[in-house]
Design a protein around this ligand. Structure first.
Ligand code: NAD
Ligand code: IPM
Ligand code: MN
Length: 368
């Protein structure tokens, strides 16, 4: 079999900082496990705008379609906030998601035991937490037409449109049910069917897919506002949550704090299989470019490292190696190593971004 290919798009702000640690882990797999990847790097977001005047060049887009998996750091930053919407860094990421048709965004939120006291919620509420948010990623209000800012009379109107076809809903529902089959067998679908027609259709289609093909899965429906409340009240009631693009964005940031920090949450954005059977895939931490801490060596690289673990699992069928990375992260946290975002009153050993990378590599060495 040919060497699996990875395209690294580190992006902006802390993106390159956290990706540098992932790069070391990729090299570790090559030298210590004989698992080699053909790695290429390119620009996305503000970095691509600075070089090419666009947040994602056509050449980079084409390369992303060719490789087995894309790893993305983060995009955006204050320097680019005033740019025209069409060339903002975030558009580069949205183009990748749309053109690769990455409709299922898997955002697992797991609370490592060592961080249970650090969460803003009580230990008993979050200890042992293991939920999976499946966010629809290529449609909904992020992409619906009409959109824009128009003049109506003498005032401006901002317009975005929530739009879902039943096939878009059905395919992300299937992704959620398939995951639930390998987990605790429960799916909670979240929308606002009480106020939005797109929510009514969402609920109907999820139920239909369930009744036709996944009757053994325990399916429930919840309004997304209640879902947000339940997520912080009693998050362990959930196994898999499936929801639309915007609700999924908000709910997953919320879930991040259950695990202790936004710097902990990885994600996998998956599409349909390619000819070689691998899904089209982009792996990205849930967090952004964190301009407030960029360039200071403070960023937590764990979300990005765990995103690479997801790549091992979902693109390369190396679940055991993914688990090896996850266990390494767990042991480093158990040893009390903490980047600044994880530093609470109970203390710990402060480490920089690269210090955390060193520790994960040492734990990987110990796993051999
Ligand atoms: P953000 O996620 O960048 O930061 C929110 C807060 O979390 C900040 O205080 C930041 O310091 C902290 N944080 C985030 N990641 C961290 C990490 N790994 N380690 C330690 N602390 C971390 O969100 P924001 O400030 O709302 O957005 C900043 C920029 O990032 C914006 O331009 C936004 O559009 C962009 N963004 C990009 C992505 C992405 O590329 N996937 C995701 C979200 C936001
Ligand atoms: C995320 C981010 C993105 C989103 C932005 C940067 C386009 O917030 O991945 O969660 O809204 O999807
Ligand atoms: Mn987000």
């Amino acid at each position: 079999m040919s060497t699996p290919s990875l395209l690294i798009l580190a992006g902006d702000g802390i993106g390159p900082e956290v990706m540098a640690e992932v790069r070391r882990i990729i090299d570790w797999f090559g030298s210590k496990r004989g698992i080699a990847f053909e790695v290429s790097e390119d620009l996305v977001g503000g970095a691509a705008y600075d070089a090419h005047g666009v947040p994602l060049s056509d050449a980079t887009m084409a390369r992303a379609q060719e490789v087995d998996a894309v790893l993305l750091g983060a995009v955006g930053g204050p320097k680019y906030d005033a740019l025209d919407f069409s060339v903002k860094p975030e558009r580069g990421l949205l183009r990748l998601r749309k053109e690769m048709d990455l409709f299922a965004n898997l955002r697992p939120a797991q609370c490592f035991d060592a961080l249970a006291d650090f969460s803003s919620l009580k230990r008993e509420v979050v200890a042992g937490l293991d939920i999976m948010i499946v966010r629809e990623l290529t449609s909904g209000v992020y992409f619906g037409e009409p959109r824009g800012i128009h003049k109506e009379g003498n005032e401006r109107v901002g317009i975005n449109t929530q739009r879902y076809t039943e096939s878009e809903i059905a395919r992300v529902a299937r992704a959620a049910f398939d995951l639930a089959r390998k987990r605790a067998g429960r799916v909670c679908s979240m929308e606002k069917a009480n106020v939005m027609e797109s929510g009514v259709l969402w609920r109907q289609v999820v139920q239909e897919v369930h009744d036709a093909d996944y009757p053994e899965i325990a399916l429930s429906h919840m309004y997304a506002d209640n879902g947000a409340m339940q997520l912080v009240r009693a998050p362990k009631q959930f196994d898999v949550i499936v929801t639309d693009n915007l609700f999924g964005d908000v709910l997953s940031d919320c879930a991040a704090m259950l695990t202790g920090s936004l710097g902990m949450l990885p994600s996998a954005s998956l599409g349909l299989p390619m000819e070689n059977g691998r899904p089209r895939a982009l792996y990205e931490p849930v967090h952004g470019s964190a301009p407030d801490i960029a360039g200071q060596g403070k960023a937590n690289p764990i979300a990005c490292i765990l995103s690479f673990a997801m790549a091992l699992r979902y693109s390369f069928d190396m679940g055991d190696e993914a688990a090896r990375v996850e266990r390494a992260v767990e042991s480093v946290l158990a040893d009390g190593l903490r980047t600044a975002d994880l530093m609470g009153p109970e203390g710990g050993t402060p480490v920089s971004t690269s210090g955390m990378g060193d520790a994960v590599l040492a734990a990987l060495d110990e796993s051999l």
